[in-house]
Write a protein that binds this ligand. Structure first.
Ligand SMILES: Nc1ncnc2c1ncn2[C@@H]1O[C@H](COP(=O)(O)OP(=O)(O)OP(=O)(O)O)[C@@H](O)[C@H]1O
Length: 245
């Protein structure tokens, strides 16, 4: 078995909102070229964890290390520049700009920054990669829902991140789109990207993740392969206690 170096580590990462402990002393490592699924019932702290990693929210306690760099107290732009890119649960694109311009923005502000022609060439390549190569000049308002998701993904990829965070990227897709979406994420996985994904779609988790970290009420309750964690008693109990189970 090949060794995959650790790219990102959470050590005791904690987030409190007043009296609520949304993320409770969370530990896990993300390895290079691996896909880690962060799963758990609604409200278990998954999105908050992504927000701690990306710097959107400051951690209350603990530390987050990217390669050898402590990123715990850094602002989101600095973390993006060091190589963490993300997509959002509710797509965030600039509606007054074209598809291509949105993705160029990702190339300009990401980990490996490019300008002018170089940014454009790279943005075109990423848009091709996600199947949007023929829709470069459309406005964001003209896109179908899955296409906005594709553009957001291309924008995240355009900065050549060391770690890509996907926050329920597949949510809201219809069954046909879901198949396309899973195939697209799988192809990124096969490219050897390092990905942390928060996802509720179990088939996607099974087919995409090398490792899963399962959260319940802010705490990690299991970690392992999808097969192992999804047959774990405590995990099943956590999900059955949830309305969505
Ligand atoms: N900004 C905030 N202020 C106060 N409480 C918050 C805030 N953000 C999240 N929470 C609370 O923290 C807990 C964890 O929420 P979080 O959104 O991280 O869960 P989740 O696992 O991502 O849920 P879902 O699967 O529904 O997206 C919840 O109880 C939520 O209400």
């Amino acid at each position: 078995m090949t060794m995959h170096p650790t790219v990102l580590s959470l050590r005791g990462a904690t987030k409190r909102f007043g009296g609520l402990v949304a993320v409770n002393a969370l530990d896990f490592d993300v390895h290079e070229n691996q896909v880690l699924g962060l799963i758990g019932p609604n409200g278990s702290g998954k999105s908050t964890t992504l927000n701690l990693i990306s710097g959107a929210l400051p951690a209350t306690d603990g530390e987050i290390v990217l390669r050898d760099r402590d990123i715990t107290r850094l602002p989101p732009q600095a973390i993006a520049r060091l190589g963490v890119a993300r997509t959002f649960q509710l797509v965030r694109l600039l509606p007054s700009m074209s598809v291509l311009e949105n993705v160029m923005a990702g190339a300009v502000f990401g980990h490996r920054r490019r300008w002018g022609r170089a940014a454009e060439t790279h943005a075109r390549k990423m848009l091709d990669r996600v199947g949007m190569g023929r829709k470069l000049h459309l406005g964001i308002g003209q896109l179908t829902y899955i296409d906005t998701k594709r553009v957001e993904l291309a924008r995240a990829l355009a900065g050549e991140p060391r770690v890509l965070l996907l926050d329920e990227w597949l949510a809201g897709l219809n069954p046909t789109e879901l198949e396309e979406g899973v195939a697209l994420i799988r192809s990124l996985r096969d490219d050897g990207r390092t990905i942390v994904l928060v996802e509720h779609v179990m088939d996607a988790i099974r087919s995409l993740c090398d490792t899963c970290v399962v959260m319940a009420q802010g705490t990690k309750i299991a970690e392992g392969t999808p097969e192992a964690v999804l047959s774990d008693r405590e995990v099943i109990r956590a999900y059955l206690g949830d309305d969505d189970a």
